[in-house]
Design a protein around this ligand. Structure first.
Ligand SMILES: [Zn+2]
Length: 389
């Protein structure tokens, strides 16, 4: 099976599944946004939980699972549906073995969590129930690790970024520091994957803490995905949750002499294609007078040839909304023009009135967009139809 990245149409929110090219087709899910309407069969909202489940592997007990689940940051549009659709708590308490496949909760073999991102998020707003549930589960797993009993499927956790005041200093074996690379997924080194942890970055002072907290501090990873064992760097997938302008400026300051660190074939446009990831100015107030922050643009501008920028958002209109913001889309299109790349939006794929999961396949030649299933079905039907005359 080839490696792939699937972006689900979840409105302004993120839910992205990475499948690797290894024999297990290792599954890494970044964020989840399964809204109540998407679970309602009488509502027209796309059944993204169904779309996700049909793409997930089943374990020996027939339970659907992800090898790893990363929560980029604990906002509602990145963790909605977690309690409803995922099993949290010890795997020995898994309750759904007698239920039909479609009703079984999804097992998270390993959690990827950033306590520093949580700390910054909770400074400015109250966490929703799904975010609190994630945090409880992450803490449970850390405690298991500290007790020496955390090394099993459904119990593992990887901590992304060191926390403040030495709180993560004793977590050596499960801690990835900002700037480090890792290739371990669910306890095993994976030759088809490597990720570079670009953020959260530790702060220099209190002003820094305040600034980064207000800029939707998120975990930023640049993943290197192999198309085969011989081609480890077939695709770079840069994903950074809702990180805004000050964070991308910090990232650029740290890596501007080695910009390849930020090179991508697929970029998830931060914060659902928000203008605030590229600028300090307000798009709705200043319109075309709003200025781009050059360092943030440089951090997000390292597109490799044929790259895709994907806005995980509702359809982008030519108005003063933000996010998604038409001016941000134009900026990404300009970045892509010199790389012969393509801008895509989950809410518009293939049609804004009937969005479907957007799938990027990783081949030896790089990343390529797969045709939407409805258009594939339509072309098969057209080919099969008897010709007139
Ligand atoms: Zn968001």
């Amino acid at each position: 099976m080839s490696a792939s990245i699937t972006f689900f149409p979840v409105g302004c929110g993120d839910m992205t599944l990475v499948r690797l090219a290894d024999s297990n087709a290792t599954a890494v899910l970044v964020d989840v946004n399964i809204r109540t309407a998407a679970d309602d069969p009488d509502d027209a909202t796309r059944d993204v939980a169904g779309d996700l489940r049909e793409r997930l592997p089943r374990d020996a007990q027939g339970r659907p699972y992800v090898d790893a689940f990363l929560l980029s940051h604990p906002d509602k549009d990145h963790c909605s549906g977690l309690e409803t659709h995922f099993h949290l708590g010890p795997l020995s308490d898994y309750p759904d073995d007698k239920k039909p496949d479609t009703e079984k909760k999804i097992v998270i073999r390993e959690i990827w969590s950033s306590p520093l991102v949580f700390r910054r998020a909770s400074k400015h707003h109250t966490l929703c129930s799904d975010a609190k549930a994630f945090n409880r589960e992450a803490k449970r797993r850390v405690q298991r690790f500290r007790d020496g009993i955390g090394n099993a499927d459904g119990e593992r956790i990887l901590i992304l970024g060191e926390d403040e005041n030495g709180k993560t200093d004793d977590l050596g074996a499960i801690l990835v520091r900002a700037g480090e690379y890792f290739n371990r997924i669910n306890g095993n080194a994976n030759a088809y994957f490597q990720a570079h942890l670009l953020a959260p970055l530790p702060c220099q002072d209190d002003d820094d803490v305040e600034l980064l907290s207000k800029n939707h501090s998120s975990t930023i990873l640049n993943m290197q995905l192999a198309s085969s064992a011989l081609r480890p760097d077939s695709c770079r997938f840069l994903t950074g949750g809702d990180a805004e302008v000050a964070i991308w400026e910090h990232v650029w300051a740290r890596h501007k002499h080695t910009p390849d660190v930020l090179a991508y074939d697929v970029l998830q446009a931060p914060h659902h294609c928000s203008w605030h990831s590229l600028s300090y100015d307000s798009w709705s107030q200043l319109g075309e007078k709003a200025k781009v922050a050059p360092d943030a643009r440089a951090a997000l501008g390292q597109a490799r040839f044929g790259a895709f920028v994907v806005a995980s958002s509702k359809p982008i209109k030519d108005d003063d909304a933000d996010p998604p913001c038409i001016r941000a889309k134009r900026e990404y299109q300009e970045i892509l023009s010199s790389a012969s790349g393509m801008f895509l939006c989950t809410g518009e794929h293939p049609k804004s009135w009937a969005p479907e999961p957007l799938e990027i396949e990783i081949t030896a030649a790089g990343a390529r967009k797969k045709a939407a299933r409805s258009s594939a079905v339509a072309s098969v039907a057209a080919a099969a139809a008897p010709r007139a005359g």
